[in-house]
Design a protein around this ligand. Structure first.
Ligand code: ADP
Ligand code: ADP
Ligand code: MG
Length: 472
């Protein structure tokens, strides 16, 4: 078994991984930059190592991270998500230095990092893929021919894109050539490759993704699906499990498709196969995310399986700890991404000192947090500061619990997405489970909320007013 893990990440996911390690008796080492020296995950880890230089660049440098891992005596590296978690060279360097990389092998990462190649594999295995170009588009003429064939609007996607970046919608043929040129040069800049491809734009789809887990002994399992349709700018904001729109045969078929892709690519460890489901219920493969995902807690809530513990056991060479027949869906779970952003100002990042922090609790409430009172949210990183996951036996109960927990959740000092989530969760449409990709952009009235920043202060204020009136 792994004895000590270096966590090549920060924030809530670093804490999440530490929790799993503690439950397995594994020691943890973390890395941090000077600007984030008071972070919560540092306090939870067994040891912490300072990253010199640029705060973000160090998290992106395999050499720096692997050097720290080796010199602190770690035998494994957990990459978390984001940063270089999907970088084949990172996994390769770990292997070269005798470190276990908690994730798929470099060959699999290389293959799946290319959206085109993964699509080609899915197609070969008979899994439906979104209509579009076969391979990268080389010229404007080729792009125009493909777009004319599949019909507008289309998306231009960067082959190596991720995190909702590198996707552009083109409504009509006039714009295609210029959008293609700028998409390609932007992709070159951000992802190190200007390769792009064309895909038909699916109207109001659902984003449905299947969680899979495989071990190095050839065992493969799925943990059902999540619906991550509630997005803004192609980035997920709220995720649920299970999907409310799949019938049982489709659920099984998508799980089989996901496992088939994992089997074919020699996938080992936990991963996610993403699909879009159109309004007629047809599903299309989209991409594979070969790592732990932000929204994994909803799956853990409905199955009772600890995905990070499974990841660590599998990386140690152990078998998956459960049989497929042992897993079933119990209840409904919803995750809300609490970002330090101001929804009313176009979700602009908000950094600074947290002046009050009260987290919700009670039955069916899970917090994966990264902040506390007096912590200063640094401006350099992703704005995710906490995740609230609620679980209940029925969707309706989960919605009611979500409203209650979001009302309890107080974070002051920085603007957060909590009031936006509360407004969203309070709608009848949400209660009926009626949403799709594009829903948030189509409903700007969700931003017209009036939010009482601190319900506890309201009670104090009322008490003070009564006291004054009564002449205390
Ligand atoms: P998930 O589906 O788990 O939310 P995302 O694709 O949104 O996964 O990525 C997880 C995190 O990593 C997000 O915080 C996202 O901003 C970040 N991320 C993912 N890919 C990239 C990338 N290529 N460049 C920058 N950030 C990324
Ligand atoms: P990323 O690597 O950034 O996660 P994806 O290919 O997974 O990129 O797409 C991100 C999101 O963009 C999807 O979850 C979906 O909401 C939207 N999207 C992607 N492809 C399409 C499509 N063909 N039609 C409509 N929406 C799409
Ligand atoms: Mg994706």
């Amino acid at each position: 078994m792994i004895r000590k893990v270096l966590i090549a990440n920060r924030g809530e996911v670093a804490s999440r991984i530490i929790r799993a390690c503690k439950e397995l008796g594994i020691k943890t080492a973390v890395i941090y930059p000077e600007v984030d020296s008071t972070a919560l995950y540092i306090k939870k880890a067994d040891e912490a190592h300072l990253l010199e230089g640029d705060p973000v660049a160090s998290f992106l440098d395999p050499e720096v991270i692997v050097h720290i891992a080796v010199s602190c005596g770690a035998d494994a590296v957990h990459p978390g998500y984001g940063f270089i978690s999907e970088k084949a060279e990172f996994a390769e360097l770990c292997r070269k230095k005798g470190l276990i990389f908690v994730g798929p092998n470099p060959e699999t990462l290389r293959l799946l990092g290319d959206k085109q190649r993964s699509k080609a594999i899915a197609k070969k295995l008979g899994v439906p893929v979104i209509p579009g170009s076969e391979g990268p588009v080389q010229s404007a003429e080729e792009a125009e021919a493909v777009a004319a064939e599949v019909g507008y609007p289309v998306l231009i996607k960067a082959s190596y894109g991720g995190g909702g970046r590198g996707i552009r919608k083109v409504e009509s043929p006039e714009d295609l050539a210029s959008e293609l040129a700028s998409a390609s040069s932007q992709a070159e800049k951000f992802f190190g490759s200007g390769e792009v491809f064309i895909e038909k734009f699916i109207e109001r789809p659902h984003h449905v993704e299947v969680q899979i887990i495989t071990d190095s002994h050839g065992n493969i399992r799925h943990l059902f699906e999540r619906d991550c349709s509630l997005q803004r700018k192609n980035q997920k904001l709220v995720e649920i499990a299970p999907s409310l729109i799949l019938d049982e045969p489709t659920r099984q078929e998508m799980a089989e498709a996901a496992m088939g892709i994992a089997r074919y690519t020699g996938y080992v460890n936990a991963g996610t196969v993403e699909f879009l489901v159109d309004s007629s219920g047809k599903y299309y493969f989209m991409e594979v995310n070969p790592r732990l995902q932000v929204e994994h807690p909803v799956t853990e809530s409905i199955t009772g399986i600890d995905i990070v513990k499974e990841q660590l056991r599998i990386a140690s060479g152990e078998r998956i700890s459960f049989e497929q027949r042992d897993v079933s869906i119990y209840g409904n779970a919803i995750e809300f991404r609490v970002n330090a952003e101001d929804p009313k100002r176009n979700f602009a990042p908000s950094s600074g000192r947290i002046t009050a922090y009260y987290s919700p609790g009670g039955t069916g409430v899970r917090i994966d947090g990264a902040v506390y009172k007096d912590y200063i949210v640094p401006p350099h990183f992703d704005s995710l500061i906490a995740k609230l996951t609620v679980w209940a036996r029925t969707w309706k109960d989960a919605v009611m619990r979500a409203r209650r927990a979001l009302e309890e959740f107080v974070i002051k000092g920085v603007k957060t997405t909590i009031p936006f989530h509360l407004a969203l969760a309070s709608t009848e449409a949400f209660e009926r489970g009626e949403f799709y990709v594009g829903y948030i952009e189509e409903h700007p009235e969700l931003l017209d909320y009036h939010y009482d920043e601190d319900p506890y202060h309201r009670v104090i204020a009322i008490a003070a007013a009564i006291a004054a009136y009564e002449g205390f």
